[in-house]
Write a protein that binds this ligand. Structure first.
Ligand SMILES: Nc1ncnc2c1ncn2[C@@H]1O[C@H](COP(=O)(O)OP(=O)(O)OP(=O)(O)O)[C@@H](O)[C@H]1O
Length: 301
């Protein structure tokens, strides 16, 4: 349905282009939930913004239903079918305005049947009476679901959510994840998050980003059985990185001149890691680590 091919994108600052994400390959199938996991600043939001065409892509392609969205006429078709819920959207409802009013601000109410809106709210475990309430009268968890309901009103084929669980307690997070699993029967979902547990709860496939590159991707079960990249291995041990004795503390390089993106923090590096690292694939499990499987045998592992 959606294929991202070798996409590199970034931002213009002082008229100079700074590349932030590089050589991203990612596939989203129908009724699939794709998780993008990575630490702060790894480029998750940039990737979503690049997919939506909000920022400049210096190379690569985005194929939607077999056609490049960069080709004339195709972009609007993609935009009509994809909705991107930004990280700050979850807190962007006007506190003193009713939800009804805010839906009307976003869309033309006349284009919706009220019963459809109410049934959609019910599907997301929201009492339709909420439509009359002001945003400040709702809990954070309810507001998150309202924002997702508002995005779903347009029946997108692809829903992109940036950090949808941030600020939610564990029960609200669980409720939201359960709802997203239901929603995927109607729409494909891309979720960016640094919440390992949340993504592992719902994602069919997880792409792990580090310093602007995808360093591993696989389905949930494969990652549980085996990690090919040391960074993934660290985060999946459920040990906070700051207490992991193996982690080396050096700042992440922003001026990437080749070499592994994880080189400054990886305990397993050797000279090979200074070279450009190709993205490899073993039986559908992708990874970017020149030292796999060798790093697993290192004595400090
Ligand atoms: N508008 C911008 N202009 C220039 N650089 C930017 C801009 N937005 C983000 N960046 C840079 O791009 C890099 C990746 O940021 P991004 O927001 O994509 O990361 P992220 O993985 O989504 O982080 P977080 O988990 O904190 O939201 C960072 O180094 C950031 O400083």
């Amino acid at each position: 349905m959606l294929i991202i091919k070798n996409l590199s994108s970034g931002y213009y600052q002082d008229k100079k282009y700074h590349e932030v994400i590089k050589d991203i390959n990612l596939t989203v199938g129908e009724n699939e939930i794709i998780g993008i996991l990575g630490p702060n600043g790894s480029g998750k939001t940039t990737l979503l913004r690049a997919i939506m065409g909000e920022i400049y892509s210096s190379s690569g392609d985005i194929i939607y239903n077999g056609q490049s969205i960069f080709e004339k006429g195709n972009y609007s078709e993609f935009r009509n079918n994809a909705i991107y819920v930004k990280q700050d959207s979850f807190n962007s409802l006007k506190p003193l305005k009713s939800i009804n009013f805010q839906i009307g601000k976003l869309y033309d109410w006349k284009s919706f049947d009220e019963n459809y809106v109410k049934s959609l709210f019910s599907e997301l475990s929201l009492d339709p009476a909420i439509l009359q309430m002001k945003a400040l009268q709702l809990s954070d968890g309810m507001r998150h679901r309202v924002v997702i309901a508002m995005a779903l009103l347009k029946e997108p084929k692809i829903l992109m959510l940036d950090e949808p669980t941030t600020g939610l307690d564990s029960i609200s997070t669980y409720k939201l994840l359960k709802i997203l699993k239901e929603i995927k029967k109607k729409t494909s979902i891309i979720i960016s998050s640094n919440d390992v547990n949340a993504l592992f709860e719902i994602a069919d496939r997880i792409y792990i980003m580090y310093n602007g590159m995808v360093i591993e991707d696989a389905n949930f079960n494969d990652l549980l059985k085996c990690r090919f990249h040391p960074y993934t291995d660290m985060i999946l041990k459920y040990v906070p990185l700051y207490s992991n004795k193996n982690l080396v503390y050096r700042p992440v390089k922003n001026d990437r001149h080749g070499g592994c993106v994880f080189i400054n923090s990886c305990p397993y590096i050797n000279n090979e890691c200074e070279n450009d690292i190709p993205y490899k694939n073993i039986n559908g499990h992708g990874y970017r680590c020149i030292r796999y499987p060798g790093w697993k045998d290192d004595k400090n592992n």
